[in-house]
Design a protein around this ligand. Structure first.
Ligand code: IPM
Ligand code: MG
Length: 355
């Protein structure tokens, strides 16, 4: 029997509640397959700051590097908003991504047929949307130097090297080869020098993938096109900050940010996490939607362990549960037959998975 070692970083706010449900589903799943899981918890974010004075203790990096994958909840909260930047939960997360070297952030946005009415856009616009934002995660303006602020000025630097663009472009093209072979690269090449380089390098790398249909789009237009006609997109290749913004936008096509998973990969150890935040306003109430995290666990099985059959089982269970009308509170007004709590939703999905 194979044992996969998973570092669990529950984090802040609703993080612990949603991770517990993903673990529940994983454990049910292991009863149907020839593998099981060994979990080790590690602290990050506000809870880590409270416990150790550091939002990313070295121990968390060590535990993560000794595991086969990291399953991550969410971090942050109003409570820590006024800390100096390097003590803030978000700084811990950024350092974590950098330390692990996970340069490729995969953020699928899928519209489930059962929830087509939950989108704020018309069903005809969103039905069948199935796109993937491939976001560069450890470069760009998030990390560029110089950065800083004084009383009267604040500055950051958007910088990409050729090598950074080459590796994320390859990643996006490889993913596109397993999908519909369409990549739209997003930039602001009409204004930014860094984007001109981005566009040139992506175009060069594309020559190695003759089957791929590559297009380029300015980020402002892309934000508009995502709302006007999202089905025109398959893989959207972006730098760090454009991907941050567009992936939040894309997530709303599906009706709830509580549905969508993500994977941060490209290094030895990948990080699998819901794309939503820690939602401190609803923490501890048992109303958070655990589907994004359970779906992230499915991405982990697929990308980190190659357990595609097991991942399919989770994905199918989620679809079935939604089809049968089970909804957490965020989606209660959309054809709900049963409104369930966070933990009830986890149990229902686990039962379907184990069938
Ligand atoms: C995300 C988040 C993070 C980011 C924050 C919490 C640092 O918004 O994962 O999209 O900006 O990358
Ligand atoms: Mg974001």
């Amino acid at each position: 029997m194979k044992t996969y070692k998973i570092a669990l970083i529950k984090g802040d706010g609703i993080g612990p509640e949603i991770i517990d449900e993903a673990v529940k589903v994983l454990d049910f799943l292991s009863s149907c397959f020839d593998f099981n899981f060994e979990y080790k918890e590690a602290l990050m974010g506000g809870c880590a700051y409270e416990a150790t004075g550091d939002p990313l203790p070295q121990e968390t990096i060590d535990i993560s590097l000794e595991s086969d994958a990291v399953l991550f909840g969410a971090i942050g909260g109003f409570k820590w908003d006024n800390l100096p930047r390097e003590k803030r939960p978000e700084s811990g997360l950024l350092r974590f991504r950098k330390e692990l070297g996970v340069y490729a952030n995969l953020r699928p946005a899928i519209v489930y047929d059962e929830l087509v009415n939950a989108s704020s856009l018309k069903p005809s616009i969103v039905q069948g949307v199935d796109l993937m934002v491939v976001r560069e995660l450890i470069g760009g303006i998030y990390f560029g130097e110089p950065k800083g602020r004084d009383e009267n000025r604040g500055w950051n630097t958007m910088v990409y090297t050729r090598d950074e663009i080459v590796r994320i472009a390859h990643h996006a093209f490889k993913i596109a080869m397993t999908r519909t072979k369409k990549v739209c690269s997003i930039d602001k090449a009409n204004v930014l020098d860094v984007s001109q380089l981005w566009r040139d390098v992506v175009t060069e790398v594309a020559k190695e993938y003759p089957e791929i249909e590559l297009s380029h789009m300015y980020v402002d237009n892309a934000a508009m096109q995502l709302i006007r006609d999202p089905k025109q997109f398959d893989v959207m290749l972006t730098g760090n900050i454009f991907g941050d913004i567009l992936s939040d936008e894309a997530s709303m096509l599906s009706g709830s940010i509580g549905l969508l998973p993500s994977a941060s990969v490209g290094a030895k150890i990948g990080v699998y996490e819901p794309i939503h935040g820690s939602a401190p306003d609803i923490a501890g109430q048992g109303i958070a939607n655990p589907i994004a995290t359970i779906s992230s666990a499915s991405m982990m099985l697929r990308y980190a362990f190659g357990e595609n059959a097991a991942a399919d089982k989770i994905d199918n269970a989620i679809k079935l549960v939604l089809k049968e009308g089970y909804r957490t509170k965020d989606l209660a007004q959309f054809d709900a037959k049963v409104v369930c709590s966070t933990s009830e939703m986890g149990t229902i999905i686990a039962n379907y998975v184990a069938k």
